[in-house]
Design a protein around this ligand. Structure first.
Ligand SMILES: Nc1ncnc2c1ncn2[C@@H]1O[C@H](COP(=O)(O)OP(=O)(O)OP(=O)(O)O)[C@@H](O)[C@H]1O
Length: 639
């Protein structure tokens, strides 16, 4: 086959094309694609060249003469000397003097003489042994920044390249490296100049910039694999006086996914925002640098007392919605009414009871969050002091045999979290389920232990609290209510998808390797749509009837939602706007599908085998080589 190919490749190709055409007529999948490829004109041209080269190799032709251009000059001179050249001679003269023919003959001579390489002038004999190699780098500056920072050695006044920004102009040239000594810029010596002056020269230069550099002697190109981080804090280079070059800095906010391409400097890393935020990386503070900044800020902050941290019973008295709504304290009669519609609220779909939607349970949740939010000014969105600035993440796809990821749906009270959760569970109760809550309230007629609630004694409830068995718990009208970890486990062990709705401060507690929660934040639509869509909506109250939303409710909902997003957005895997209920439900189903069946970014600590060990990171095929440049740069050439 190989021999035949050498004889006539295009013949072989034609026979392959015929075979493939037959396969296409028989509808063999992929054959069409192959046929298209084999018929491509570029492939045919390439094979023709290949054939010619093979022929050339076999015949190994030698030039008739290696000086065709010299001969043509001789002929032209002879014709010129003739006073009456013939018409043919004149035509030959014109042909030979045309630039195309001259270029062709010159190329012929180069090939004939095997004169392929430029011949460099010999090195002078008197070069001193310690002469440093100088590199001349020519970069064409367009609108992009050069992508390098500089630093000055305060003792010698030497200017060095401090760092080269990944993906920037300097990096792509491959000719400037951290540690290179900058000698001249556009013919002007820079040694001893202030870095700001060098930056000015560079900023003012347009078009081609010529650098003379002495390369750093120990340039080691170490391949650094990118590391993926979730930002847990906000950062703005323009507000950071310590950044070596604000223009080269990268702004990010909590929740942003960062591809850290260079960590060689202990203070300043280089990163890109994902999904692809441009080819050029930006400077970001390293984790240790951010932590020390956080510590500084933390010490400078005035002491704020967390009024939300109070004994449960005291907090609960204030939380009583009868007080909040300006009514008198609950009477026995009202209790009876509540009991009735608590039962009426129960839901059974296809013989399956929908747990976790009882009025008593929801009332406790509603009032406790509202009061917690109102009572504590210290829990403002910007309190992030001493938190981990970056969380390393990796792509994780749930293997089909593993439990489903826990689904946490959160949102401000009244936005529709319960409505959505209920619709979802009703839609497919054999797939979606909520955990059965615990309560100390007595079991009522028609109720079953483990269905509406796990009915437990106060002692058992308190024992579970002491053993950290509750994700959240609280008190309503003297009875305790809570959602336990065991109830969540129970749903997951049954192979179902556990959908819970908790207060946002519980997210951190649930972020474990075992549960691998996926957090969905439900947002209200714009103010106009909110009021339009909720005309017939009602919110749960402590009285016999639910009531319509008032203007105050809308304002409170919008405010609470903004606060929640501002404070917890770094934990959100998905954000849905609950505009049209039906649409939101569809979107929610598709997000759940993705959460369980597609690769998602999760903290690497969730992927570490129990008892430690290395995590195999998913690579996005982006490798960079870089070297520690050391030192801090007082100046930069970012622009
Ligand atoms: N997209 C929507 N369009 C119209 N009405 C909606 C929409 N979403 C929810 N609602 C209605 O708004 C009201 C409040 O919703 P829901 O009870 O689910 O709120 P919630 O977020 O669970 O608050 P809470 O926890 O305080 O009960 C309900 O009457 C519900 O049917």
């Amino acid at each position: 086959m190989r021999k035949k190919m050498e004889v006539d490749v295009s013949e072989v190709l034609s026979s392959v094309v015929e075979d493939v055409a037959e396969a296409v007529s028989r509808n063999i999948s992929g054959a069409e694609l192959l046929q298209e490829l084999l018929n491509a004109s570029w492939l045919r041209a390439l094979l023709k060249i290949y054939e010619c080269l093979l022929q050339f190799q076999r015949q190994s032709p030698s030039p008739v003469l290696p000086y065709a251009s010299g001969l043509s000059c001789e002929i032209m001179t002879t014709i010129q000397r003739d006073n009456h050249p013939s018409a043919e001679a004149r035509e030959l003269f014109n042909l030979l003097s045309s630039p195309h023919i001259q270029a062709l003959l010159s190329s012929h001579d180069s090939v004939a003489q095997s004169d392929y390489l430029p011949v460099l002038p010999p090195l002078p004999d008197d070069l001193p042994d310690d002469e440093e190699a100088m590199r001349i780098v020519c970069l064409v500056k367009n609108n992009q920044p050069l992508g390098a920072t500089i630093r000055r050695d305060e003792e010698t006044g030497d200017i060095f390249i401090a760092r080269v920004i990944h993906g920037g102009l300097a990096d792509r040239s491959g000719l400037l490296h951290p540690g290179d000594l900058l000698v001249e810029v556009n013919g002007s010596p820079v040694v001893g100049l202030e870095p700001e002056r060098v930056i000015q020269i560079l900023t003012n230069s347009t078009g081609t910039i010529l650098f003379k550099v002495i390369p750093h002697p120990a340039q080691v190109n170490s391949d650094q694999k990118p590391v993926y981080m979730r930002a847990m804090v906000d950062y703005c280079p323009q507000q950071d006086s310590s950044i070596p070059c604000p223009d080269a800095g990268m702004t990010f906010s909590r929740g942003d996914l960062l591809e850290v391409v260079d960590q060689s400097d202990s203070q300043w890393w280089q990163a890109r925002k994902l999904p692809r935020g441009g080819a050029c990386a930006g400077l970001i503070p390293s984790a240790s640098m951010l932590k020390s900044k956080q510590r500084e800020n933390w010490w400078c902050q005035p002491l704020q007392v967390h009024t939300c941290i109070r004994p449960l019973s005291v907090a609960e008295n204030e939380d009583d919605p009868t007080n909040a709504d300006g009514k008198h304290v609950i009477t026995d009669m009202e209790n009876i009414k509540e009991l009735n519609f608590d039962e009426a609220d129960s839901d059974v779909t296809d013989g399956i009871y929908l747990a976790g939607f009882r009025r008593s349970f929801r009332l406790w949740r509603r009032t406790s969050y509202r009061k917690r939010r109102q009572s504590c000014t210290s829990c403002s969105p910007n309190i992030n002091a001493l938190s981990t600035p970056y969380e390393e993440v990796a792509l994780y796809q749930r293997p089909p045999q593993e439990n489903h990821r826990l689904i946490i749906i959160i949102g401000a009270s009244g936005v529709g979290v319960n409505e959505l959760r209920k619709r979802l569970i009703k839609l497919n109760p054999s797939t979606f389920q909520g955990p059965v809550p615990h309560t100390t309230r007595p079991i009522r007629d028609g109720e079953q232990n483990g269905r509406e609630y796990h009915f437990v004694t106060k002692e058992l409830f308190e024992y579970m609290v002491c053993n950290h068995r509750f994700v959240e718990y609280g008190e309503n009208k003297g009875q305790l209510y809570g959602t336990s970890i065991d109830a969540i486990d129970e749903v997951l062990k049954r192979g179902r998808m556990c959908i819970i709705d908790v207060e946002p401060h519980c997210i951190q507690l649930l972020r474990t390797r075992k549960l691998k929660p996926f957090v969905i934040f439900i947002k209200p639509p714009n103010p106009e749509r909110l009021r339009q869509t909720r005309r017939s909506a009602s919110i749960i109250t402590n009285y016999a009837i639910n009531r319509a939303l008032t203007e105050d409710d809308y304002l409170e909902l919008e405010d609470a939602s903004q606060m929640m997003e501002a404070k917890y957005k770094q934990f959100f895997d998905s954000v849905l706007v609950n505009d049209d209920l039906q649409d939101t439900c569809i979107q929610l189903c598709s997000v759940l599908q993705q959460a369980q069946n597609e690769a998602q970014w999760v903290p690497v600590s969730w992927l570490r085998p129990e008892g430690g060990g290395e995590v195999r990171r998913v690579s996005l095929g982006h490798f960079v080589s870089y070297q520690r440049d050391g030192g801090q740069s007082p100046g930069s050439v970012g622009k």
